[in-house]
Design a protein around this ligand. Structure first.
Ligand code: ZN
Length: 441
């Protein structure tokens, strides 16, 4: 990655961002970026003052056209990098059979670091190009390949949380670890990531899910997360058969959530993927612990797992972010996840047939992919906003680049954003900045 740019940049145009109350702000502003942060923001009429204040060179003033706007970078809180070759394939089976037949054999190939290098480069280039400025990755059980993923994210300039997957039971012989190996390799991986001293990369404690992890492994991983104050990611309550299996495996726990609670894996830095079938009491526990759910609507539809009611999670006070869950979700793009979050919510509405139920809107989808995901990561002070002090992770969107999205001239600013959510693709994401660095142009 190029060295930090010490020249201040000024962007003049429409800034679009979600607020903590899930509302949307659309404002014509000047935004000043210096090094890795947004350092100032003001009225367009303040441009001259800002130019003098920050000594901004003419060539570093970017004036947006009427069809362009800036949006905080999208944050994918749940994606499996080694499943990238399977994106768009193998969606004929439900979760547990899908894991056995397609997913474990694919992930096992990441013992080969050359293969990992090729796939991970393509995966990170694809997600960055789609506007994912921060990704929370599951890798495979292999430490060396997981480290390759970290280095690729660092080189290509994507902010990333990377977890070496841990699994020591109920897994095929060719893709399983001993408890001790899983712990030792995780500790070594954390050390190697820490030694990278990267501002972009952090390790995540990653027990795959309860069926794949012994109580001892989960407890020791919980202790490790607590000792180093690390993020934790896992799956929860995705599919009904899985929920039944967890009950049978852990009969002394009243719920799936209780297994994670008892093993110290439920903290304010825990990302629980899916949460489709959570009971009320589980939601209370998750809220009490400060954990949250990564809503993965594409995967939930594609693997026929169920329809997660994101509105219910929100109303229960549980943090909600968005995930692609590629390749359980066929698309690695968060724009796709935003759309499917809206359709999942519409599906809940249709099934409930209640007038008062309010399905998610395009504005809610933007919240989930930016501010909600930042909250899920416990990083609301640094990510998901265009205000001074925040990390300069943002997208420059242009709706004029193709006929499907090009405005007809009658659209309001809200209309531009609305169409972006439903119709845009990576062509519309003209530039991507991470930590103030241009990583897609
Ligand atoms: Zn997943």
């Amino acid at each position: 990655m190029a060295s930090k740019n010490a020249c201040p940049l000024a962007f003049v145009g429409l800034l679009v961002e979600a607020n903590d109350d899930w509302s949307l702000s659309i404002e014509r502003c000047v935004m000043v970026v210096l090094n890795d942060k947004i350092v100032d923001r003001g009225q367009v009429s303040d441009l001259k003052i800002m130019i003098l204040k920050y000594n901004i060179q003419q060539e570093n003033i970017i004036v947006l056209t009427d069809t362009q706007f800036i949006l905080p970078g999208l944050i994918d809180t749940h994606i499996h990098a080694p499943q990238f070759p399977n994106a768009g394939l193998a969606l004929d089976l439900p979760l547990l059979d899908w894991l056995e037949k397609y997913t474990f054999p694919t992930e096992a190939k990441f013992k080969d670091t050359d293969f990992a290098n090729e796939v991970y480069n393509r995966c990170v280039r694809t997600t960055l190009s789609s506007g994912t400025t921060t990704a929370v990755y599951f890798s495979s059980i292999h430490r060396e390949s997981s480290l390759i993923l970290a280095k690729i994210c660092e080189n290509l300039g994507q902010r990333a949380f990377i977890g070496k997957v841990c699994m020591d039971r109920n897994s095929p012989e060719y893709y399983c670890e001993t408890t001790q190996d899983s712990l030792q390799e995780t500790k070594q991986f954390i050390k190697q990531i820490t030694d990278m001293k990267s501002d972009l990369i952090q390790p995540v404690i990653t027990p795959r899910f309860v069926p794949s992890c012994s109580r001892q492994l989960m407890s020791e991983l919980g202790a490790l997360a607590s000792k180093d104050n690390l993020h934790i990611q896992t799956h929860i309550s995705e599919n009904l058969k899985e929920v039944e299996w967890v009950k049978a495996l852990e009969p002394d726990c009243n719920s799936y959530t209780e297994v994670y609670e008892k093993t110290g894996l439920l903290t304010d830095k825990t990302i629980l993927a899916h949460g489709v079938h959570l009971q009320e009491k589980e939601l209370q526990t998750i809220r009490k612990c400060g954990a949250g759910v990564s809503h993965c609507p594409n995967s939930n539809f594609s693997l026929k797992s169920g329809v997660c009611d994101a509105r219910r999670l929100k109303d229960s006070g549980v943090k909600v972010g968005l995930g692609t869950d590629c390749s359980g979700g066929y698309s690695p793009s968060l724009l796709n996840a935003m759309r499917l979050a809206i359709l999942a919510s519409n599906t809940v509405k249709i099934n409930k047939n209640e007038d008062e139920y309010k399905p998610l809107t395009y504005a809610d989808a933007i919240y989930l992919a930016t501010r909600g995901s930042a909250l899920l990561l416990d990083m609301t002070d640094t990510l998901g906003s265009l205000k001074p002090g925040y990390l300069a992770d943002f997208l420059l969107v242009d709706m004029a680049v193709n006929d499907a999205t090009k405005p007809f001239g009658t659209e309001t600013s809200e209309d531009l954003v609305h169409k972006f959510v439903f119709l845009a693709d990576d062509r519309n994401i003209s530039q991507v900045y991470v930590a103030g660095q241009l990583v897609k142009k």
